[in-house]
Every structure is written in C-alpha cells, then in structure tokens.
Design a protein around this ligand. Structure first.
Ligand SMILES: *Cc1c(COP(=O)(O)O)cnc(C)c1O
Length: 413
C-alpha cells in the first residue's frame, strides 16, 4: 500500500492515524519502508535525506553497523529477563563517568518517564510541592509538565491538555527562558518549590540558546533558595558533546534526565544525580519508581554501543559542528528569517532574529515554514515537520548531503 492509503486506514484504527502527534503531516505523512545512514526510503519508493533522525537519538545515523551488531547479538540471547544484567552496570558506568552531576542513575523506558521520576524524586527529597518549568520547555507528555504559560513572563500554570487537573497544573510555575530574574522572583515569593526543571538548550521549540551567564545565574539562584536544579538533557545529552550541556556550559545541576541518544535509537530514559538524592529511590529509599521494561537488555546494548562509538570517535562532534556552520554560512543572511545552530542542532526560524524564548519563537511565520517544508520534501529533504522542532545532523551525513541541503535551502527559502 502507498502512504496515502495506509494513512486512511490508520485513521480508522489509531487516533489521528499516528502514534505521536507531530507525525500527523497534512494531508498525509509518508510511511517509511526502511532507513540506512542518512537516508530514509518511503513505501512510495522515494529516497529522502533525513534531518529528523528519529527526533535526535540517531547521532550515528540509521542502522549503524556497530549498533545493529549490538542489538542483534543481544537479541539472540533473549531480550527481557526481569532480572539484573551486567549491561546495566556497563551503561551506568558510562553515564556516571561522562556527567559531572551524576554519581548514580536509574534506567527507565522513555524521556517522559525520566522527567516524571526526577520530579517525584525532587519532591520526595525536598519535601516540597511545587516545580518551576520554562515556558515552551518540553519534558515529555505527563501531567506535571504538560503546561505552558497563559501570557506574560511568569504566570501560574494553565493546563495545555484536556484531562490535566487544574489543581495539579497550579503546582507548576512558569518562567521565560533567558530570564533568571523571573525564577528569582518566583522563588523569593514561595518556599514550597522542590525543583526548577529546564532544558539547558531549548530543543523542542528551537534550538533556543541560553544567553551568556543565564544558566550560571539559574544555578546560583536555585542553590540560594535550596531548590533542586534539574537539567533535562534528553536531547542535549551526548548531542552537544560527551557530558552534554552541563559540560559544554560547565554548569552542574542536582539532577539530570537523559534519553534519546543514550538508547542508541531504542527506547530509554535515564535519571541521575548526587548519591544522597538518588539514594531516596526505592528500594534504597521511600520514593517509589519501577518498570517492567526498565534496563531492558536491547536498549542497554544499543546505548552502550552508540556511546562507545562516540567515545572512540570524539572528532565526530567537531565535524558535525563544522557542518552546521557550513549550512548556516551557505544559507547566509535572509530577509525572511534567521538561522540558529549549536553543535549538530540547527533550525531556520521564519522570524527576523533568533528567538530568545518561547514567545519570540512563537512569533515565527508558521505558514511560511509549512510551504518551505513541503518544497524541501519535494527536493528529497526530510526536515522535522514543524517550525518548532530542531533539525539534527548525524555522523552519517556526507559532504555531498550537506551541499545538497544548502542548495535546497537556498532555492526553497
Ligand atoms: C524527547 C524529550 C523528552 C521526552 O522523551 P520521550 O522518550 O519522548 O518520552 C523529554 N525531554 C526532552 C528535552 C525531550 O527532548
């Protein structure tokens, strides 16, 4: 069946036809047959160069041979035991060794689960109720964080989804990104805040980069108010380099959440931090947390293999940054928008200058983005189908892919 027929059938069986809303491209999304390296082949027989890369996890590209060997080797020995496996120690050793903030970590099955657990842990550890998140920050699709601001720089939470209790949303305060004073004023007016959770580089509405000194200031303020700082590095972990944003910016949070790249493209979430905080997690402490698929051997094997490969080829990061720099240079100054990049994350915003926060990002011309996105697809380029999703490079993208991308941008913008 072709993509259009498949989607029509899917809409009868699956709400909106998709398993995650961003995939519901209009009038219908393409269905993927297979993928290798930087290329995706659709069921309609089209080959596309992929700059979505599974929304971030695939930093080595699709079906990387080392990761494939790790997965298939493990699969032959079984893929779920319900017992501890040595692989847990292997991946935990890498994660703790690479992240200055992490003495201990626990494995879960998604980034959403990681942030949910980290928030519960922060509440359990501090005995305080509220959290503060950044407007437009995305930490997965669970109730405590599925909240954006109504308006203004700092407001009380308003649910972003039907079904989120307003009573719960009221426990989540909001501050604009790059506005440390907003956090200071929320914290000085309220001593019932357990944690501030933030993406150090906003990856789900951008990238939006932290201004100089912002993360340091947030670190200082949270410490002064005895509030835990949670860096959600589900995207930035192993993306901005080994050690993620905390190493890149040298700002050390109390808790860190990871996912995406750490599972080599299989489902994973990880949360970790200082030993005395992590010791609160059951069974060593009173904060309950559990999962049938947590620490499953396939995700662990794939994650270890991908992270080892990054360790063995640290030049990947410089090469990727150089490529995004070339893309920015190739696109050049444009009247209709602005290019933002960091490491291997990049985006062209349809607004006059790079946004510093959610509200400025939201001013982008999303209709112009939609037209541009479709033209790029016709040129064989698959970008994430939203103005607010980051584009990702992988080690599998070649010089000629980058040249093709630049010329497509130049002709479609
Ligand atoms: C993707 C993402 C999540 C959610 O991870 P899932 O594995 O999709 O549940 C959480 N936080 C950030 C910053 C993310 O980018």
């Amino acid at each position: 069946m072709k993509s259009e027929e498949l989607f029509n059938r899917a809409k009868e069986l699956i709400p909106g036809g998709v398993s995650s809303p961003v995939r519901a491209i209009r009038p219908y999304p393409f269905y993927t047959q297979r993928a290798k390296g930087a290329k995706i082949c659709t069921v309609d027989g089209t080959e596309l160069t992929d700059y979505c890369m599974g929304y971030g996890p695939l930093i080595l590209g699709h079906a990387h041979p080392d990761v494939l060997d790790a997965i298939s080797g493990q699969a032959r020995d079984g893929w779920l035991y319900g017992t501890p496996v040595a692989l847990e120690i292997g991946l935990a050793g890498l994660i703790c060794g690479d992240h200055p903030s992490i003495d201990m970590c626990r494995f879960v099955s998604s980034g959403s689960e990681a942030t949910m657990s980290a928030i519960r842990l922060a509440r359990g550890y501090t005995g305080k109720k509220k959290i503060i998140k950044i407007e437009g920050g995305f930490h997965g699709a669970h109730d405590a964080v599925l909240i954006r601001a109504g308006s203004g720089a700092t407001t009380l939470g308003i649910p972003d989804s039907a079904g989120v209790l307003p009573e719960l949303a009221a426990q989540t305060g909001q501050a604009a990104f790059n506005d440390a004073e907003a956090i200071e004023s929320l914290l000085s007016g309220d001593n019932d805040v357990a944690a501030v959770i933030m993406e150090p580089v906003m990856g789900n509405i951008g990238p939006i980069l932290p201004e100089d000194g912002y993360l340091e200031e947030v670190r200082k303020i949270t410490r002064e108010h005895d509030v835990l700082l949670i860096f959600d590095e589900v995207i930035t972990g192993y993306r901005l380099g080994i050690g993620g944003a905390q190493k890149y910016y040298n700002v050390i949070p109390d808790l860190t959440t990871l996912g995406k790249i750490c599972g080599g493209g299989l489902p994973i979430g990880i949360f970790g931090g200082r030993r005395e905080i992590m010791d609160m997690i059951s069974p060593s402490g009173p904060v309950y947390q559990a999962g049938t698929f947590s620490g499953n051997p396939l995700s662990l094997s794939a994650g270890i293999s991908q992270i080892r490969c990054l360790h063995e080829n640290p030049g990947i990061y410089n090469r990727l940054s150089e490529q995004t720099r070339m893309i920015g240079e190739g696109i050049g100054e444009r009247g209709n928008g602005s290019f933002v990049s960091i490491g291997s994350m990049f985006k062209f915003f349809f607004r006059d200058s790079p946004p510093g926060d959610y509200f400025r990002a939201k001013e982008s011309d999303t209709e112009a983005f939609g037209r541009f996105w479709r033209k790029m697809l016709e040129k064989g380029i698959f970008l994430p189908p939203s103005q607010f999703e980051t584009n990702f490079l992988s080690a599998a993208h070649t010089e000629s892919d980058i040249e093709q991308l630049i010329s497509a941008y130049v002709s479609c913008l």
